[in-house]
Write a protein that binds this ligand. Structure first.
Ligand SMILES: *Cc1c(COP(=O)(O)O)cnc(C)c1O
Length: 748
């Protein structure tokens, strides 16, 4: 196979061709010579249903996975073409953040582990919007990723399927994308909606604006579209191979629901079995329960989907009937099992005038999992406590992971070679061997090599930022990075205040010997999320003020890169010293950005939240900078009362930083963003108390941690800390996560 591909690439003549043309020709040469598996004939397979797959650039990754990246680079060099040229091809951003990137890492690991796991998602015409800043404000532009062509998918015309809504029929046409592993190539199947303008809308945008009823209905259509297309495929294939007795269905198929968006798949499954194959209802429910599993990603109440009954009744009357029947069955089951009234009320599928997708998922799932140990504990103790009391066997933890192929081998070839030179290259296939690097943490020569790599990656990052955003990074500075979706619970605003406090200390001369520092942000805000957009503008204002201040601008720099995406992340995680992971304890389910930084040798400056807890367990607390209230303290503060204004009053430096929101230091062009942020901290709003995310509680310790890092940075101890983090990161490989899913949940 490799020889055939390389010969086909050798035959390409680059003369007079554009980058896009060449990209398509080379990709085609690969696609013509590989075989993509779309199903199993004998064995059990698992299916990963996700509304997002944030794959990133496929070109380099696919060549790496095929083991021909260097060969192709050499062939192209001989033709006078640099392989780097293809960085011009932009990412297909069919996802928004961690949840979608997790799905991409999982299918990558499954292919690498030779496991039959198939992704199923939606082929959005436009991915997550492209972000630009206009006077520091976020502006959104459509992401027309197909303008570069789509050589990496195959349209499966013959496998189209009709999806029925009350008011229209929509055709789902699958496109198969190769997910390449060493010994197998699995399909990621993305469905495109066709059949007229209204039908096409369903797969037009990832996250249509849902601040209107129409937008919400479109979102519901998307969820059902994916669910019904995927279930239709699974059932049709099963019946073709096994006939219409469904007794063995769950011996052949396991389905993982990535969050609640595809939960209707389990309901659709029951609908098809009962309505189209005359399976009795109770039996259909039983088979669904052996087949479907649910991963929870958040406990934020506003992110837990509840669909108004009337929407489902209007668009999907048969699904409505099944949900009502499931709700009755749940009532009967609970009565029979003697479930407490309050527990039943909390677990109930029908919640007021809505159907709770999370409760439906828990009711129908074989296993329910959280994505980091603390998150699963929180699910068991609070969000799903009633379900856990009554069905403890359903709950399992699988801590998230990231693929070391994209997030180390591909993005950091330099560090990968250093590792090879210490422990050989077998770790590339068996990542658990990476732990062998711990033995080199005292080896001065290896540490020197490590420092050199970090310096080089920092230079590459600086080049990239300059090319993309036209900003020159301070040379030889510490790089602190906070890159992730913009959300209040992730507390980019707290970092902004910490920077302001440091800035004021520098101005007053209180800080001597401050090591030059760059604070790098990257984040997109949901288009309708007013406060998040205000935070972006606020940070950009801080950035501008500091850059213009000759007293400090050689010591401190704040850079908000635009259009943060997977390709940007690949540069940032390798060139960063300090990974900022500062969510309010209890609110970041796991995080995976934290793992990417760790694997590339950053220390974590963060709270005891999500996977940070396990990161610190593996790499040692003393090798990281942990601060802030832990989960118990946050709960206690919530119960006993928390008064941020009292803290502001006692801490003039904090007060000064916070008041820059309203004292005229900065302007938001009269749009009210900053006043709103200030109010959210000091007076609260309709649905939450002042400083809902406990910034005032944690800020002093945060500033302290950042300054401690600044002091420690110049010592060789700091390098050792970074190195030990890298050497301890094997546990956070998605190879480990996927193996756990395969054993504990899918039984494949
Ligand atoms: C890894 C990744 C994320 C998730 O980051 P968190 O810090 O875990 O929220 C989001 N976006 C992109 C582009 C990523 O690569």
């Amino acid at each position: 196979m490799k020889e055939k591909i390389l010969n086909a690439i050798k035959a390409i003549d680059p003369q007079g061709k554009t980058v896009v043309q060449l990209y398509n020709e080379i990709s085609d040469a690969v696609m013509k010579n590989i075989e993509i598996k779309t199903c199993e004939t004998q064995n059990k397979a698992a299916y990963y249903l996700s509304i997002e797959f944030l794959i990133g650039r496929m070109f380099y990754n696919n060549l790496l996975e095929l083991g021909i990246l260097e060969d192709v680079a050499n062939i192209l060099r001989e033709k006078g073409v640099s392989i780097q040229m293809f960085e011009e091809i932009e990412d297909a951003a069919l996802g928004n953040g961690g949840l979608g990137r997790l799905a991409a890492c999982f299918i990558d690991s499954a292919a690498g582990l030779n496991l039959p796991l198939y992704g199923m998602g939606i082929r959005y015409k436009y991915g997550l919007f492209k972000q630009r800043f206009e006077d520091g404000f976020q502006e959104e532009f459509p992401d027309d990723w197909q303008s570069f062509g789509d050589p990496w998918s195959i349209r499966k015309e013959g496998e189209r399927r009709v999806i029925r809504f009350a008011d229209m029929d929509v055709t789902a046409v699958p496109y198969d994308v190769p997910i390449i592993g060493k010994d197998r190539i699995n399909a990621l199947r993305l469905y495109q909606a066709e059949g007229g303008k209204k039908a096409e809308q369903i797969s037009e945008y990832l996250y249509p604006a849902d601040d209107t009823e129409e937008g919400k209905l479109l979102r519901l259509r998307q969820e059902y579209f994916l669910s019904a297309a995927a279930v239709g495929d699974l059932i049709e294939r099963y019946v073709r191979e096994n006939g219409k007795g469904f007794a063995a269905f769950s011996k052949k198929n396991a389905v993982q629901l990535n969050d609640t968006h595809p939960v209707l798949a389990a309901v659709e499954f029951i609908r098809v079995l009962t309505h189209e194959y005359s399976v009795p209802f109770a039996k259909a429910v039983m088979i669904a329960r052996e087949t479907f599993n649910y991963t929870n990603h958040t406990i934020l109440p506003e992110a837990l989907e509840c669909w108004p009954k009337k929407y489902i009744q209007a668009l999907l009357p048969d699904i409505y009937d099944i949900l009502v029947k499931l709700d009755s069955k749940q009532r009967r089951d609970c009565r029979k099992a003697g479930v407490e009234k309050a527990d039943y009320a909390a677990m109930r599928i029908v919640q007021g005038t809505t159907f709770s997708m999370a409760n439906t998922a828990v009711f129908l799932a074989n296993k329910v999992n959280g994505v980091a140990r603390i998150h699963t504990e929180i699910l068991k103790e609070s969000l799903f406590a009633p379900a856990y009391r009554n069905m403890p066997e359903k709950f399992v933890n699988v801590t998230n992971g990231i693929t070391q192929r994209r997030w180390l081998q591909l993005c950091n070839a330099e560090l990968s070679s250093l590792i090879d030179s210490c422990i050989g290259s077998k770790w590339r296939e068996d990542v658990s061997l990476l732990g062998g690097m711990k033995e080199f943490a005292q080896d001065e020569k290896v540490l020197d090599g490590f420092v050199k790599v970090k310096r080089e990656k920092k230079a590459q990052l600086a080049q990239y930022v300059q090319a993309k955003d036209g900003i020159v990074l301070l040379p030889n500075a510490i790089v602190y990075a906070q890159v992730k979706r913009l959300h209040e619970y992730k507390r980019q605003l707290m970092t902004a205040f910490a920077i302001l406090e440091i800035y004021h200390k520098l101005k007053s001369g209180e800080l001597k010997d401050f090591y030059p520092s760059v604070f790098l942000f990257g984040a997109k805000s949901a288009p309708a999320y007013f406060r998040a957009k205000g935070i972006i503008k606020f940070i950009n204002e801080i950035s501008k003020m500091i850059a213009a201040d000759g007293d400090v601008n050689q010591k401190l720099q704040v850079v908000f890169v635009s259009n943060y995406n997977v390709s940007y992340a690949e540069k940032i995680v390798t060139g960063t010293d300090v990974s900022l992971q500062v969510s309010t304890a209890g609110l970041e389910a796991s995080g995976t950005g934290n793992m990417k930084f760790m694997l590339n040798g950053s220390v974590t400056c963060g709270t005891m939240d999500g996977a940070n807890i396990e990161i610190v367990e593996h790499a040692g607390r003393s090798n990281n900078y942990i601060f802030g209230a832990e989960v118990d303290e946050i709960s206690r503060l919530k119960a006993e009362g928390y008064d941020p204004n009292a803290i502001f009053a006692k801490d003039p430096q904090m007060k000064r930083a916070v008041e820059t929101l309203i004292d005229g230091t900065f302007t938001d062009g009269g749009k009210g963003y900053f006043q709103e942020l200030y109010n959210s901290l000091t007076v609260g709003a309709s649905w939450h108390k002042p400083d809902h995310y406990f910034i005032a509680r944690d800020l002093p310790e945060y500033v302290d941690a950042l300054l401690r890092i600044n002091k420690d940075y110049a010592s060789s101890d700091f390098v050792k800390k970074q190195f030990i983090n890298m050497a301890s990161a094997a546990y956070f490989s998605s190879d480990r996560s996927v193996s756990e899913y395969a054993e504990k949940i899918w039984k494949i």
